[in-house]
Design a protein around this ligand. Sequence first.
Ligand code: ADP
Length: 246
Amino acid sequence: MTVAIRAIDLVKSYTPGQRALDGVGLEVISGEVLVVMGPSGSGKSTLIRTFNGLETLDSGRLDVLGMRLDASHDQREVRAIRQRVGMVFQQFNLFPHLSILDNITLAPIKVKKMSPSLAEQRAVDLLEQMGIAEQARKYPAQLSGGQQQRVAIARALALDPEVMLFDEPTSALDPERVKEVLDAMRQLAAGGMTMVVVTHELGFAREVADRVMFMDQGKVVETSDPETFFSNAKEERSRRFLRQMM
Ligand code: ADP
């Protein structure tokens, strides 16, 4: 069992006296899907953003794929981590002025110095895997939200990450577009990708998660296997959350 991410006592405040992360500890095992749930404002997004250096820490220690991120890390470590940890956001964040293909090939060419023809071939393969090969020459605005989010996943995968982070990837989508994105994520999980997914999609969590971590007020309330979490959660706070969701 290899640990991909280990977090020890993470603390982060945006405003003095208010802790977005209040002593969070966890481990993500290589190959597992960890789903993070919790009410709005509980610190889920802050937490996974620390995993690739998008948020700094006030204190605590974070090991990501053997690289150290703490309150005093520098940008070199962050760059190294971002090459190995992909992230998908709620608002796709595609480059609007670039074609779908160029969105995907940009980082491999610039960051990994991949040849343009190789990067393009890989992009086409990834778009095929995402079921949207025919969109390659279009621009983001010409695609539906669900298609754009699948491009964002392909773009993250183009750097061959070892870990993928998803921050509410379906929250900005029309309901009828949610399934196609969850299906792409299911496929990725089935292929053995290490994934940390912040989501409110209970069905996905139940079916795909190896473990569910529930947060409230910047703290981890419980971490359970999905069967336990959804039918017999250990903590009353988790059960109250689930009652509100169903
Ligand atoms: P969640 O993802 O569970 O909704 P967040 O991590 O977004 O929670 O937020 C945790 C807490 O930190 C909330 O109180 C939120 O208002 C605050 N917060 C998050 N981002 C910022 C920011 N950029 N500036 C100030 N406060 C923030």
